[in-house]
Write a protein that binds this ligand. Structure first.
Ligand SMILES: Cc1ncc(COP(=O)(O)O)c(C=O)c1O
Length: 344
């Protein structure tokens, strides 16, 4: 007898990038330069008040984000990482049997969330060069589809969708289907033809943009993400969000981090410069590394993936293997990247 759902046995567990004491961690797409200035002080000050619940409306932070993004505060919802916001979005959009279309391989949380909400996952294989097959994704939309996800840039392959193709795709999506633009890595995009989802499509009621403070803003450990949608969609998400899940410390840290945009940009530029250097070096050994617009790159090593990651680990570098498919390597500091290149 089981006390939990029998179908959970078939559910893949979310695999976090491993942290091995003493090893270099290039497995979780974090930025390696520590918290932004002022964040530790803001959190330290905030924890004196942790016997009280945080502001459930996340008013100040939502206001600050709204101001930065040039949208009304009512269009913003925050959550315990953007991963939680995906779960809330699935929940507010999907009844049993409704479908969510997403590219595959992509962010590993999508199928896990799909399997435990009412949504049925419809996976559309990536193209041979590891990008989204937007035509096939548009064709996969049925009258049961409630959400279609575009992960731009895509985790774990780093590939990005350009404006012209995204324009055409979004025009093909029916107005009653949500287009969820996952822009967790937006800050690392350097190609101007990769559209900012909010700037280009934010005025469409069925477009929802999801972003995070975990990556470029350096707050992965505090768990905070946000979405910008129509007032109706954002309000629905706020209705189902786990109460108080944007914690007191997360709100304080996010406000402090958002004051440090120039420093965030400086760090992103270091990552982007290293990305070019490392990918060029890796391509001398593996010419098929796809172009990346994120803070990681993809080695399509197929069946060799787990062995490659194990070899890196023996050399003191932790990367993320997706056995049978490829290995994702996060860009770290120049010294960390040199250690990876040495292992390679
Ligand atoms: C594509 C993508 N979306 C969303 C997330 C969620 O990030 P978080 O929950 O830390 O905000 C991640 C994290 O790895 C990601 O890679």
């Amino acid at each position: 007898m089981s006390l939990t759902r029998p179908d959970l046995d078939a559910l893949p567990a979310y695999v976090p990038g491993r942290s091995v004491p003493g090893a270099i961690k290039l497995a979780s797409n974090e930025v390696p330069y520590g918290p932004l200035p002022g964040v530790v002080e803001a959190v330290t000050e905030a924890v004196a008040g942790v016997h009280r619940y945080p502001d459930m409306g996340v008013t100040e932070l939502r206001g600050r984000l709204a101001e930065r993004l040039g949208v009304d505060t009512e269009r913003i919802a925050t959550g315990c990482g953007s991963v939680a916001l995906f779960e809330h979005l699935f929940r507010v959009a999907c009844l049993p049997g409704d479908e969510v279309v997403y590219p595959w391989r992509s962010f590993e949380a999508y199928p896990i969330i799909g399997a435990t909400t009412a949504a049925k996952s419809v996976r559309v294989p990536n193209t041979a060069d590891h990008g989204h097959d937007l035509d096939a994704m548009a064709e996969a939309i049925t009258e049961r589809t409630r959400i279609v996800i575009v992960c731009n840039p895509n985790n774990p392959t780093g590939t990005a969708v350009r404006k012209a193709e995204l324009d055409a795709f979004i025009d093909r999506v029916p107005a009653n289907v949500i287009v969820a633009l996952d822009e967790a890595y937006r800050e690392f995009v350097t190609d101007p033809s990769v559209p900012d989802g909010l700037v280009e499509y934010g005025d469409r009621p069925n477009v929802v943009v999801l972003r995070t403070l975990s990556k470029a803003w350096g707050l992965a450990g505090l768990r905070i993400g946000y979405l910008i949608g129509s007032p109706e969609v954002a309000a629905a998400v706020r209705k189902v969000v786990t109460p108080f899940s944007t914690s007191l410390a997360a709100q304080a840290a996010a406000l402090a981090a958002l004051n440090q945009e120039p420093e965030m940009r400086r760090r992103v530029e270091l990552v982007v410069a290293e990305r070019a250097r490392v990918v060029e070096a890796v391509r001398k050994v593996h010419p098929d590394v796809p172009e990346t617009q994120a803070n990681f790159f993809w080695l399509p090593l197929g069946e060799q993936s787990a062995a490659f990651a194990a070899q890196c680990e023996r050399a003191g570098v932790i990367v993320r293997a997706f056995q049978g498919d490829g290995v994702r390597v996060t860009i770290g500091t120049p010294e960390e990247n040199d250690a990876f290149l040495g292992a390679l």
